[in-house]
Design a protein around this ligand. Structure first.
Ligand SMILES: Nc1nc2c(ncn2[C@@H]2O[C@H](COP(=O)(O)OP(=O)(O)OP(=O)(O)O)[C@@H](O)[C@H]2O)c(=O)[nH]1
Length: 583
């Protein structure tokens, strides 16, 4: 919106009481017309309010009304003002906006109105007050006198009878006539002169005598702003407009200027107001929409003030957390804390929020019923005019189920479905990490490759189901026999593997291997049948038997085969010559 419009609009929305002229020129109803005219002339006021003794406004008499008086007739001049005044007086309340007041002026075709606060009159306001005091300069500066649609100047000889002059004014419906003097100069006869004449009891007899001043004249190219300045400077209300030849072509009054710009001014203001109303409507609609989104979204929304006190929550918040709006408002989001995040987590979150005005991530919180849930949370800081954070808006969705599904999928991808042990993929990852760790810490690792002996027989004699049962039992036994920092995995079929990190001597590893054999070997009942189980174990060590996960795995496998060859139910360390002897 342009500056002119913004200024005009703010002026237009102010209450009329702020621009009212507080001094009310008034007179009693019986005041003679010439007396009222005298007071108007004296105070240079364009209107007088006719009031009864209780101070009630009965009517108004304006300069335009004055023209209707036949001032050559003494009776007319002496008639009481109540007989010629206009009534009733339009009265506006002081709270009415300037904009609404201009509407009333236009609708009633009036230029003056009383302003009241309901108990007493606050003053008089005129169209001139509104336009000249409130933002018309921009319009005046843009227009020239020749842009006004002016009628040719009414001119009368100075020697003409004053009554003819007034009749002429009335006939032409103009409020001023040029008065031509014998020397070719021009004077002016205005409504105000007529008022003065009335006030004096109509003592002038010619237009020249009644004319009060010489006519100030300007070229037609003069701007309205300049013309207005001159009018104010000389305290006159009319100017002559000269044509290109320097001849008096028109007489322009303050009223002409006002009328001309009034239309555009009001149009501009209406336009500005419409824009404002539309903007208000738009923002109201978007507020309504925002409300609907707030109420109906599936995501929980929590709004705090700048101190982190909860000010508002939506129904989804209640659905997810279990806390009603009444329970949450006034608290801090700490009511949702699960203790699952370290204090540093919150420190980082706040640092980020204060720096970037935004944070996003996953948080484990606790519902009112004590159950944990994982949420995806976005927090946005809303700044006030001073740049500080006035509010924080947190939007979150419950992703507990998604997280659980993801975790399940991750587990399935990395674990053996039958025994629940890590599978080959996960084991190789762990082995690679263990090798790297051992390398940088100058430690040793051992791989124990285990293959059950004659497992096929169990399947063949007792059925696959019994084989499964046995595999699960062995997996459980291995899990128990391995130290806390060791890893057991099922590679495939009846093959298991154990990774021991930071191991000591070969003897210690050998006794671990023996412990594994002892754990597996022996009579066991599967599907109600006793079976004898044993296993063969091949051992490779980092760094002696390989420095990569693959080599260590292959060499442990090779050693396991040697154990089988050596009669099973035994363990065998890898030796370099094993590969040499392999077929
Ligand atoms: N029950 C069951 N059997 C399986 C599974 N995976 C593989 N097997 C069987 O396990 C047996 C593995 O046999 P091998 O290791 O080759 O032979 P073995 O009988 O153990 O003989 P040696 O290892 O030489 O002592 C095969 O019969 C496979 O069909 C499984 O998930 N469940």
């Amino acid at each position: 919106m342009s500056e002119t419009k913004t200024k005009a609009m703010s002026q237009l929305l102010q209450p009329i009481k702020q621009i009212v002229t507080p001094d009310i020129l008034s007179c009693a109803p019986e005041t003679p017309v010439f007396e009222a005219a005298r007071r108007m002339a004296e105070t240079r006021c364009g209107s007088i309010i006719v009031m009864n003794e209780t101070g009630e406004a009965l009517g108004i008499w304006t300069e335009t009304d004055a023209l209707k008086v036949d001032f050559s007739d003494e009776k007319s001049c002496r008639q009481p003002i109540s007989e010629v005044m206009s009534q009733p007086v339009v009265t506006l309340t002081g709270e009415m906006t300037v904009h609404d007041a201009t509407g009333v002026f236009r609708k009633n075709n009036i230029r003056h109105a009383l302003v009241s606060d309901g108990k007493q009159y606050l003053g008089v306001v005129s169209v001139t007050d509104i336009i000249f005091n409130h933002g018309a300069e921009a319009f005046l500066g843009l227009k020239r006198l020749d842009a006004l649609e002016l009628t040719p100047a009414g001119v009368i000889d100075a020697g003409a009878d004053i009554r003819d002059a007034i009749n002429r004014m009335r006939a032409l419906t103009v409020d001023a006539l040029g008065v031509r003097f014998a020397d070719g100069s021009h004077g002016i006869l205005t409504q105000r002169d007529v008022i003065r004449l009335l006030a004096q009891g109509g003592r002038a007899s010619t237009a020249g005598e009644a004319s009060s001043a010489t006519l100030l004249s300007l070229p037609a190219s003069t701007s309205l702003l300049q013309a207005r300045r001159l009018l104010i400077q000389h305290q006159v209300r009319h100017l002559g407009v000269l044509d290109n030849a320097g001849q008096l072509a028109h007489i322009v009054g303050l009223g002409d200027i006002l009328q001309n710009i009034e239309h555009e001014f009001v149009l501009e203001l209406h336009h500005a107001l419409r824009e404002r109303d539309e903007a208000l409507l738009r923002s109201r609609q978007s507020l309504l929409l925002a409300d609907k989104v707030f109420e109906s979204t599936l995501e929980g929304i929590l709004i705090t003030d700048g101190y982190g006190i909860i000010r508002s929550v939506n129904p989804a918040f209640t659905r997810i957390t279990g806390y009603s709006a009444e329970e949450a408002i006034g608290q801090t989001p700490a009511i949702l804390k699960s203790g699952k995040q370290a204090p540093e987590f919150y420190e980082h979150l706040w640092n980020n929020l204060k720096k970037e005005g935004f944070w996003q991530g996953e948080v484990i919180n606790r519902r009112k019923n004590g159950l944990l849930y994982t949420e995806h949370l976005s927090i946005t800081g809303i700044r006030d005019e001073s740049g500080g954070f006035a509010n924080y808006v947190a939007v979150f969705s419950d992703i507990t189920q998604r997280k659980q599904a993801e975790e399940r999928l991750h587990f399935l991808a990395n674990h053996d479905a039958l025994t629940g042990l890590p599978n080959r993929t996960l084991f190789i990852e762990k082995l690679q990490m263990a090798v790297m760790h051992a390398k940088s810490n100058h430690q040793r690792c051992a791989l124990l490759f285990i293959d059950l002996d004659r497992f096929k027989l169990v399947n063949d004699t007792l059925g696959h189901h019994a084989g499964d049962e046995l595999l699960c039992e062995i997996a459980e036994g291995l899990r128990r026999s391995v130290p806390a920092d060791g890893t057991v995995a099922r590679l495939s079929g009846d093959e298991f593997i154990i990774l021991l990190e930071n191991v000591g001597t070969v003897q210690q590893v050998a006794s671990q291997a023996q412990a594994v054999l002892d754990q597996i070997s022996g009579e066991t009942v599967v599907s109600g049948q006793e079976v004898f189980v044993s296993a063969s174990v091949g051992i490779s060590m980092y760094p002696e038997d390989g420095t990569s996960a693959d080599t260590l795995l292959v060499n442990a496998d090779t050693a396991m085969y040697r154990a089988k060859e050596r009669g099973k139910n035994t363990f065998q360390f890898y030796t370099a010559d094993m590969n040499a002897r392999a077929p």
